[in-house]
Design a binder for this molecule. Structure first.
Ligand code: PRP
Ligand code: URA
Length: 209
């Protein structure tokens, strides 16, 4: 499990606790998801390459580092992953955005794909897949299968809350992919919801329940 990064930061812990509370309303929930995504993105992108460029400050000419133009794609898993996109774009505003549509069957908990559109030159991009919840791991595993099938090679995934079952399933299927997790919870319940979790992330972001 060496490719799993459990992010250990007091700001992220605090915001995830606010996210979990059943009294947190839609507007606040959305804002927290975006802020957590930005803080997690800061950690997940800490190995981005830089290159030196020549600039002029008001004082003198100088050689300074900038991000080394590696093409990037953010890929949210619909719907809930959409809530994390703004947070990452705040860090890398020029990143392209792909979308993968996936919903879990309520009874079998098996994910069903319904949409996929990725940016061009996907094999050359650093791809950041975002989804707040990693429960059984089925949705994220299938999304990464699809990205790899379309040529994606350098993939990182970010999930705000994960269950141990999901981490195990995902890392077995995709040992080459780096996985960033904000909080590792106890287990799944009989409906494959994460405990203690935060409930249904999509419904809480979009106010559909
Ligand atoms: C949720 C969540 C993940 C998936 C996780 O989406 O956003 O995509 O469940 O569960 P898994 O690890 O067991 O596959 P959901 O299917 O509820 O769709 P939604 O985002 O459209 O509500
Ligand atoms: N999807 C969610 O939104 N929440 C869970 O706990 C599990 C899957």
């Amino acid at each position: 499990m060496s490719n799993v990064h459990y992010i250990d930061h007091p700001l992220i812990k605090h915001k995830i606790t606010m996210l979990r509370m059943e009294t947190t309303g839609t507007g606040e929930f959305r804002k927290l998801v975006e802020e957590i995504a930005m803080l997690m993105g800061y950690e997940a992108l800490s190995d981005l390459q830089t290159k030196e460029i020549e600039i002029k400050t008001p004082i003198e000419d100088s050689i300074q580092p900038v991000i080394d133009g590696k093409k990037m794609a953010i890929v949210p898993i619909l719907r809930a992953g959409l809530g994390m996109v703004g947070g990452i774009l705040a860090l890398v505003p020029n990143a392209k955005v792909g979308h993968i549509g996936m919903y879990r069957d309520e009874k079998t908990h098996i994910p069903h794909p319904y949409y996929c559109k990725l940016p061009p030159f996907i094999s050359e991009r650093l791809i950041i897949v975002v989804d707040p919840m990693l429960a059984t791991g089925g949705s994220l595993s299938d999304a990464v299968n699809e990205i790899k099938a379309q040529g994606g090679k350098h993939i990182k995934c970010m999930c705000i809350i994960a269950a141990p079952e999901g981490v195990e399933t995902f890392t077995k299927k995709h040992p080459d992919v780096e996985l960033y997790i904000g909080a590792l919870d106890r287990c799944l319940n009989e409906n494959a919801y994460i405990c203690p979790g935060l409930g249904d992330a999509g419904d809480r972001i979009f106010g559909t329940k």
